[in-house]
Ligand binder design. Structure first.
Ligand code: NFS
Ligand code: SF4
Length: 661
């Protein structure tokens, strides 16, 4: 039990880990144990497999080879590997963005029942921003031109990305000076990969700057396009209430779990599962209805736009199936455990893969094509209904754990909620920071990683930030973690926030942690920062803003790309586990120090969440001092905290802060 306690701070997870043990089923934690003694060369970035004279393993000094067979040094190998990771992450986000643009084409053609422009207002605002003529043109006309404009961003051979015009001049000047202004998205990824192949680029700094350029093509390109056009197509999010954790599954309903990233399918499934005809078919097999829930970022997408509940984050995917209550698990791309399909041997759950890019042996593959979205969705929902009939009630065990949350914040929503309908503005936010009521803003994002106690770092870090009057914005699995921990509920401010942040939350009626969506929606943090700069008074470039980022439990290459585009955009980032670069002092020095000279920001590595929070708070205070802003308005009571000693979950067990503490 005590060993299991270390696996997660989420009681729903601990309950399911026992269920897994009872069934004799391995979980991600068991598979991690089976890898004990993970290779140090890999961890430190010192293993090279770029050609087949190798693989080569090197060390900077001491025992063993100090060069690869070709003569590549540790610093070259480490930098090359990092660039490859960034290219992988950027490719994932950007290919997702491309699918959204394709769907916008389809919506513009008017041939699709499933896809329409649900937010013409947002579309017209984007068109105006990018000089697409609007006068007398129909929505589909404008949608078509916008789709063409953004599709060209991927294959662009000349010129630089359109969205860069949203960045402050100081950032654009930094990029020009460093030679990292991103050109076409596909081009940057391909060029980056080319540079890493055997016998091309050997200069570590040059490789790392290329990594920054690839990452910027993700943040200001692929990811930002995915966010903007998803808002156009699927509707602009608005703050809404929902629920999170395995307790959202319903014993008496057909449960469909969507997992993955692209909203194109999950959005249609959300519509079809509410179709009265489908509900009637579910009733006919004895179910009270159809319950849709999500895992990972596709969950965040349909939460933001439809209020569909979230069953869990990254480390909960197989545990969700082990509840025995999932009739159908629908997956598309990214962050899907290959282990999932094997669970079909023990549970009735039907696993269905849908992306032409991702097949899972053992899963049924129903290739999803946007042109036939509704038919495809109906077929899948019917499969779920059929699967419900085979459910074994004896195996059903749904933890009675869930939390309420508010989500649906965007760069545009912040305008409205802060400034009101008649005077939408970032002024109140900037005022709050200027006066010191808010210390600053922190983006806390990213994955889970079984190397860390599940969710603990997210919760401990965010709670420490809140206590210190830092407004937190979130995406991805980190947002889900904090949702489960009760930090996204409206009453969280009274419970966890410092006095200044509490005042702001009460005045505006927001939780102290704003859920901005999926990981591609980290681009919302970039556009929100651009608005803060435009509003004025807290720094005229990103690197001057009292803003900081963190990914305490990251695991994905996508997280590396995200961190890199934040740092290259002037926003410092603190991550938990170090990047796989510790094998080279030159690379570590570049990331943690020298990047400041180029971009005004750096990476930091700090696995202890409380220490990480304090690094971030110190950073915000330094930025405030540099701007000549007053110190924070309210003193924060000293509370010695350690990661281990902090009760970070199960809100009921956490005493509300008393006035004297
Ligand atoms: Ni982001 Fe979303 Fe989660 Fe990590 Fe995976 S789901 S795109 S990569 S694990 S936060
Ligand atoms: Fe070894 Fe060089 Fe080939 Fe890498 S590129 S595997 S270091 S020989």
């Amino acid at each position: 039990m005590s060993e299991q306690k270390q696996r997660s701070v989420d009681p729903a997870v601990l309950e399911m880990v026992e269920v897994a043990a009872k069934h004799g089923l391995p979980t991600i934690w068991d598979r991690l144990d089976a890898q004990k003694g993970q290779c140090r060369f890999g961890r430190e970035g010192l293993c090279c497999r770029m050609c087949f004279m190798g693989p080569c393993r090197v060390t900077e000094e001491g025992k063993g080879a100090q060069q690869g067979i070709c003569g590549a040094t540790a610093e070259t190998i480490v930098a090359r590997n990092l660039l490859r990771h960034v290219a992988g992450g950027a490719a994932a986000h950007s290919d997702h963005g491309r699918e959204i643009v394709k769907t916008l084409f389809l919506a513009a053609s008017g041939d699709s029942k499933a896809y329409q422009v649900r937010s013409p207002g947002r579309m017209r605002a984007l068109a105006a921003e990018f000089g697409v003529p609007l006068d007398g043109r129909s929505d589909s006309d404008v949608a078509g031109e916008l789709a063409r404009l953004f599709m060209a961003e991927f294959s662009k051979q000349e010129g630089t990305l359109l969205n860069l015009q949203r960045a402050p001049e100081a950032q654009r000047a930094n990029w020009r000076a460093a030679g990292v202004t991103p050109r076409g998205i596909d081009r940057e990824i391909v060029t980056g990969l080319h540079m890493t192949t055997m016998g091309v680029d050997n200069d570590p700094e040059h490789l790392l700057l290329a990594a920054a350029r690839v990452a910027l093509a993700d943040g200001w390109g692929g990811s930002m396009i995915a966010t903007d056009l998803s808002d156009v197509l699927f509707g602009e999010p608005e703050p809404l209430r929902s629920a999170v954790n395995l307790g959202v599954l319903k014993e008496d309903h057909v449960n469909i779990l969507v997992h993955g990233h692209e909203p194109t399918l999950s959005d249609v499934i959300a519509a079809v599962s509410r179709d009265p005809q489908m509900v009637a078919e579910a009733n006919a097999v004895g179910a009270k209805g159809i319950n849709l829930a999500g895992i990972c970022c596709t969950a965040n997408e349909i939460l933001m736009r439809h209020g569909i509940p979230i069953a869990g984050n990254f480390l909960q995917q197989e545990l969700a199936v082990m509840t025995g209550a999932i009739d159908l698990l629908l997956v598309d791309v990214q962050c899907v455990f290959p282990a999932l399909a094997r669970l079909q041997e023990c549970f009735h759950t039907k696993v269905v893969s849908t992306s032409p890019k991702a097949k899972f042996p053992g899963a049924e593959h129903i290739e999803f094509h946007e042109e036939h979205a509704l038919d495809c969705a109906r077929r899948i929902v019917r499969m779920a209904i059929d699967s419900f009939r085979r459910r074994d009630p004896a195996k059903v065990r749904i933890p009675k754990v869930h939390e309420r949350l508010v989500a649906g914040f965007t760069t545009q929503v912040v305008f409205r909620i802060l400034g009101g309908r008649y005077r939408p503005s970032y002024r109140p936010l900037n005022d709050g920071i200027q006066a010191g009521r808010l210390r600053g803003v922190a983006g806390v994002v990213g994955c889970n990683n079984p190397k860390f106690t599940h969710d603990e770092c997210h919760l401990a870090l965010v709670r420490e930030l809140l206590r210190n009057d830092v407004l937190v914005v979130q995406t991805g699995c980190s947002a889900i973690a904090c949702g489960k921990g009760g930090l996204l509920a409206p009453e969280a401010a009274a419970r966890y926030a410092g006095k200044g942040l509490q005042e702001i939350c009460e005045a505006v009626g927001i939780p102290p942690v704003l859920h901005l969506g999926a990981c591609v929606d980290n681009s919302r943090i970039l556009t929100a920062c651009a608005e803060m700069v435009k509003e004025g008074g807290i720094g005229d470039s990103f690197d001057k803003l009292p803003v900081v980022g963190a990914a305490p439990e990251w695991m994905s290459e996508k997280a590396v790309a995200i961190g890199m585009y934040f740092v290259a955009s002037g926003i410092s980032v603190v991550i938990g586990q170090p990047l796989p670069v510790e094998g080279s002092r030159v690379v570590v020095d570049f990331l943690t120090r020298k990047m400041r000279e180029y971009f005004g920001a750096t990476w930091s590595f700090q696995p202890d969440p409380i220490k990480a929070a304090h690094l971030m708070i110190d950073h915000l205070d330094r930025k405030r001092a540099e701007l000549g802003l007053p110190p924070p308005m309210y003193e924060v009571p000293y509370a010695p905290q350690t990661a281990e000693g902090t009760p970070v979950f199960a809100a009921a067990t956490v005493p509300a802060p008393s006035a004297t503490s």
